[in-house]
Design a protein around this ligand. Sequence first.
Ligand code: ATP
Length: 494
Amino acid sequence: MDDKDATNYYFPPPDYSDLDLSFTSTTTDRTTTTTTTSARSSLARSSLALSFNDRLSTTTNSTSTTLHKRPHRKSDPHWTAIKAASTLSSTGSIHLRHLKLIRHLGTGNLGRVFLCRLRDYDHNTQFALKVVDRDALSPKKLSQVQTEAQILSLLDHPFLPTLYAHIEVSHYTCLLIDYCPNGDLHSLLSKQPSNRLPLESVRFYAAEVLVALEYLHANGVVYRDLKPENVLLREDGHVMLSDFDLCFKSDVVPKLETRSHRRTAGTPRRRRRCNCFSDRRPEEETVMEFVAEPTTAFSKSCVGTHEYLAPELVSGNGHGNGVDWWAFGVLVYELLNGTTPFKGASKEATLRNIASSRGVRFQVEAEEEVVAGMAEARDLIEKLLVKDPRRRLGCARGATDIKRHPFFNGIKWPLIRMYKPPEVRGLVVKKAKSQMSHVTGGSSFQKRRRLWWWKGLNSIMRKSMGAKRNLNSNQNYYCYCYANGSGSKVRKSG
Ligand SMILES: Nc1ncnc2c1ncn2[C@@H]1O[C@H](COP(=O)(O)OP(=O)(O)OP(=O)(O)O)[C@@H](O)[C@H]1O
């Protein structure tokens, strides 16, 4: 049978040689999947979806395969393998018969996830295949599958999954995405003493999650299911958010906004025209900032995970983008404290605590007082866990405001994917060639090499521009190299 026939309601027999992979019973609840081989702890908290009326306009083609091109990932070996396999295919696209299932990774609310690879082409490149039996799902869950497929098809970001293929065969929907061999943050937390991560690791994971949320919000996507269970860890230790079935999409109007801020010591002074009539103090400067936050997003569905629900979600009067910034505050709290801030003896008690006027409390231990950055972390959490979404950090201007919080001081946001992931107990990461530490800036050789590279580039640019100008657009990188370089050279402002 050729590929054309295969796509005509033919479901090719998967390779069952070493596994029992019958594609039935896809509705198992996450909390009851104790027999799966998933890296996820069986104590993972299940998401709830009391109603789901934010249906997206998706058309489901009953037998189709969609290959999604990703301009930012075109040199990625996964794409190379997919392109080669689809070129070899008679239909020019990936079909289930091209995939070899290796093992069952886990079962979710909607379907099963398998580790797989391309059968004939590349044996080293691994993928995760989410298989959903649409016949086994209620209309509400079916709509969640459509949401997940549609959101996945939008994404093109290093901290979010890439959808390599969307295969519709018979009553099965199959989504081919990146495989994350390092489990999720929930299982990583459970391997730590008192379920708590060191502050520097929390800063790293929080920063990457923040950048992923920023991208989702810039695309009008409100995530609504942020929790450690949904923060998967890639092979290289960087994060990948998963599970987009509870998302909803809204309009977003990107804006360039001006903001006045006081220059702090060490911030390079920009050249400004002198304005004798200005009453602005000389230390203040105006910067342009890109803001793309779905501030008009609105939904009334009660979806999410109990301990992570924002008060406006619990009250059921409607919610918007702010639920993700609340959940972000809960996430940072849990990574630092090993538990969530409003957890009660039962789910109902948790919801009551969230809805009450009780603010966030910290269990302060004596030695924590001296941990550098702990006060900033608590301040960030307090600003995110503000019950009134109108006063919550992030709700008005999104990640742009959160990134500026002192907890993230020193992070060079444009370079974050080059940072070396923290070494955490229970985590084995594959080292990438050019990683740098978000704390120390990498090995001294790497630092010197970056400095030489940057100096060389700077001098070429100066020559070509014929003027002694600073590369202001990359000031962050410049400061980074000097501040983390030999240590003897600190860049002077002006
Ligand atoms: N890309 C991936 N790489 C590695 N493991 C994955 C991947 N995606 C999912 N898994 C594993 O498969 C399991 C099921 O995932 P799935 O996304 O279907 O459900 P879920 O995360 O439990 O969420 P929900 O039930 O809300 O859909 C997860 O628990 C996770 O351990």
